[in-house]
Design a protein around this ligand. Structure first.
Ligand code: C2O
Ligand code: CU
Length: 467
């Protein structure tokens, strides 16, 4: 296991508007544990603006890039130096349940001044991330996240051609500082979640990266925004998709539609072969005009030697769902602004207007708001589970299953068709129905929640058990 300082920060090198980040304060302890401290730190989020106080892992947001080889152990000593309990969740890793980092379900939250040792094996190669899982809407929103890259055991893209791009949107005030006062606004919880007004990549404002013409690059995009679905168009620079949520596709595919929607918590690995003299940018397309937030300068005159030189990624060993033998669990999503509120209960009592405001619960799964005592379902280990989600709200949601990747088997009400990819987070639009399937092969208690973090806090969280 290594901390990948050089690669991760190379991004800063060519950037015109880049902020120089503080060095890491990390240590690989004698016993092989990587120490990750949750600590407040000052960071500038906007060019030439005063710093903001963020909550960080080891002094920067994002925290250190952790790199391991597939099948290798990840050992992290988490030390909480904040004034609030916290925990680390390893997003997308099919992990030992005790290491999943969910307070109240898999561990006690780590109190201020205390520590917790995470020790697990990373079974799948690919692009993952880690983040706080206590009051995530606040803790992740303030900067407690970092990339976790699991390398293939065979040679693929070398360090120069493998780039991790952690994308966050921040809500900045007039001074270009993190707008702390607007955290937790009821409006965000009942509508589309907290949306920022400024984008950083690896904590840097509008960086530039230099790529060589004709060479194949792997860009690992990680959306760590609280709630923003990034609208991107990789077709503008002829990028192909290598992997969704860490899991490689059998072959790289071109995006059949635009814009490509990358929801909170999703990752996409893009294959890019820059053309001579054709600089390009990653742009966010949801506004009136495209907002470029990462520029690529293309140097050199190389033309490449065609697809043969593109490294191939081998699919990870995931158990194939057996649809004929599956157990089906319907999940109805209701609530939210302009939505249905009838028949929602919270902590065993009906949720009325007043209690809704007071408890800040606005959404429900099958009529229940927020992490019920009773699990959504119990599956026998090895059983195929189909979850049929119906989004009866006026909002899209980024649904995430812990501990398992699933296949998208069927979508209704959407024109998007990506085949049946493996994912750990998927977007479901208003009035859409989506069937996902997976083999419940990982024993323990697992969360299922919306990864728009305000929605998760405001009711969109449940759990299931594999026994
Ligand atoms: Cu990244 Cu429970 O989530
Ligand atoms: Cu949601």
């Amino acid at each position: 296991m290594k901390i990948n300082r050089r690669d991760f920060f190379r991004l800063g090198a060519g950037a015109t508007a880049a902020t120089v980040l503080a060095p890491y304060h990390f240590a690989l302890a004698d016993d092989g544990f990587l120490e990750i401290r949750a600590v407040k730190a000052a960071q500038s989020l906007y060019p030439d603006s005063p710093t903001s106080t963020l909550w960080t892992y080891n002094g920067t947001a994002p925290g250190p890039e952790i790199r391991v080889k597939q099948g290798e152990r990840v050992r992290v000593r988490f030390i909480n130096e904040l004034e609030e309990p916290s925990s680390i969740h390893w997003h997308g890793i099919r992990i030992d349940n005790a290491m999943d980092g969910v307070p109240g379900l898999t561990q006690e939250a780590v109190k201020p001044g205390e520590r917790f040792e995470y020790d697990f094996v990373a079974p799948d190669a690919g692009t993952y991330w880690y983040h706080a899982h206590n009051k995530s809407w606040s803790q992740v929103g303030r900067g407690l996240y970092g990339p976790l890259i699991v390398e293939e055991p065979y040679p693929t893209f070398d360090a120069e051609h493998d780039m991790t791009l952690v994308i966050d949107d921040w809500l900045l005030n007039q001074n270009g500082q993190f707008d702390e006062g607007s955290m937790g606004m009821m409006m965000d919880w009942s509508h589309g979640g907290r949306l920022g007004n400024w984008i950083t990549v690896n904590g840097i404002s509008h960086p530039e990266l230099t790529l060589k013409a004709g060479e194949a690059y792997r860009l690992r995009l990680i959306n760590v925004c609280n709630a923003r679905t990034l609208e991107l168009d990789p077709n503008r620079f002829d990028a192909k998709i290598l992997a969704f949520d860490g899991q490689p596709l059998p072959e790289p595919i071109a995006m059949p539609y635009e814009p490509y929607l990358l929801s909170s918590a999703q990752r996409v690995d893009l294959l890019v072969i820059p053309k001579q003299g054709q600089d390009f940018a990653l742009e966010e397309l949801s506004g009136n005009s495209p907002f470029p937030f990462l520029t690529f300068r293309v140097t050199g005159t190389g033309t490449g030697t065609g697809p043969a030189m593109v490294p191939k990624l081998t699919p990870n060993p995931l158990a194939e769902p057996d649809l004929a033998q599956a157990t089906v669990h319907p999940l109805l999503i209701t609530g939210g602004a302009m939505g249905r509120f009838d028949g929602i209960t919270y902590q065993g009592k009906p949720l009325g207007r007043a209690s809704m405001m007071q408890s800040r619960q606005f959404w429900a799964f099958n009529g229940v708001a927020n992490l019920p005592e009773q699990q959504f379902f119990t599956a026998k280990r090895g059983e195929t589970v189909i979850i049929e989600m119906v989004n009866d709200t006026a909002w899209p949601h980024a649904m995430h299953v812990h501990g398992h990747h699933f296949r998208i088997e069927e979508r209704e009400g959407s024109t998007i068709d990506e085949g049946r990819p493996w994912k750990d987070t998927f977007l479901i639009g208003p009035s859409q129905t989506t069937k996902i399937a997976f083999v419940a092969d990982n024993p323990g208690k697992w969360l299922l929640h919306c990864h728009m973090l305000e929605h998760a806090a405001a009711g969109m969280t449940t759990w299931f058990e594999v026994v």
